[in-house]
Ligand binder design. Structure first.
Ligand SMILES: CC(C)(COP(=O)(O)OP(=O)(O)OC[C@H]1O[C@@H](n2cnc3c(N)ncnc32)[C@H](O)[C@@H]1OP(=O)(O)O)[C@@H](O)C(=O)NCCC(=O)NCCS
Length: 186
C-alpha cells in the first residue's frame, strides 16, 4: 500500500495482565483531579500545567470524545483490574502510519511496572494493525523514569531532539527531548 492513508480505529478496550485500558468518562474527573492532575511532581515534564480546579479536569474530559471520533487522538484511562482503581492515562496521537504515545500515572502507583505494561499493550496491538508502522514517543532528557519505561517496552532511543518540547512546569523555553521508537519489521 503506497501513498494511501488507512484510517485505523483504536479499540475502546485493551487488556493486559493487570490492566484494563478504556475510554475515559466524565465520572473519572474526581479521581483524576485528586490523584494526579493537580500534582506538581506528576506534571513536571508534561506539556500542561497542573489543574487548579476540577473544572479544568472536566474541560479536558469533555474534549476526549472528539479525538476518538476524528481518529486523531485516542486516550484511555488505565484501570487496575484487581480492584477497579483508576491509575492514570495513556494516549496516542495519530499521524498516518505513525502513532505517538504519551502517558501519566498517579504518583501512588509509580514503580510497579504499570506504565511499562500499558505501553507494551498499546504497542502490541498497534504493530499488528496493517496501517501502523511506527510507534514513538519523546521524553524530556531529565525524565529518567519515562525513558526507562520506553526502553523496557522495547523501544530504541533514536536520538536527541533539540529544543523539541515546551514543558511549562520546568521552563517556558523549548527543551531537549529523547526520541524513542519501535517499528514494524521490514
Ligand atoms: C514515567 C511514569 C509513567 C513511569 O510509570 P511507572 O509505572 O512508575 O513505570 P514502571 O514502573 O513501568 O518503570 C519505571 C522505571 O523507571 C525507573 N525509574 C524511576 N525513577 C527513576 C529515576 N529518577 N531515574 C532513573 N530511573 C528511574 C524505575 O526504577 C523503573 O525501572 P526498572 O524497572 O528498571 O527498575 C510515571 O513516573 C509518571 O507518570 N510520571 C509523570 C508523568 C510523565 O512524566 N509522563 C511521561 C511524559 S514523557
Amino acid at each position: 500500500m503506497v501513498g494511501e492513508v488507512q484510517l485505523v480505529r483504536a479499540p475502546e478496550i485493551l487488556e493486559t495482565d493487570r490492566l484494563r485500558l478504556r475510554r475515559p468518562l466524565m465520572e473519572d474527573a474526581a479521581v483524576i483531579f485528586a490523584q494526579y492532575a493537580q500534582d506538581q511532581d506528576v506534571t513536571r515534564y508534561l506539556t500542561w500545567r497542573p489543574h487548579r480546579t476540577i473544572e479544568e479536569t472536566y474541560e479536558f474530559l469533555r474534549d476526549c470524545p472528539a479525538g476518538w471520533e476524528a481518529g486523531k487522538l485516542f486516550q484511555w484511562g488505565i484501570v487496575r483490574k484487581q480492584d477497579g482503581q483508576f491509575l492514570g492515562m495513556i494516549a496516542v496521537r495519530v499521524d498516518g502510519h505513525k502513532w505517538e504515545l504519551g502517558y501519566v500515572l498517579a504518583r501512588t502507583y509509580w514503580g510497579n511496572g504499570y506504565m511499562t505494561e500499558a505501553v507494551k499493550g498499546v504497542i502490541d496491538w498497534a504493530l499488528k494493525q496493517p496501517g501502523i508502522y511506527r510507534v514513538w514517543a519523546v521524553c524530556d532528557i531529565e525524565n529518567a523514569a519515562s525513558a526507562r519505561v520506553l526502553e523496557k517496552a522495547g523501544m530504541e532511543r533514536e536520538g536527541l531532539l533539540r529544543r523539541w518540547s515546551i514543558h511549562p512546569n520546568v521552563s517556558d523555553e523549548p527543551r531537549d527531548s529523547y526520541c524513542y521508537a519501535i517499528t514494524k519489521g521490514c
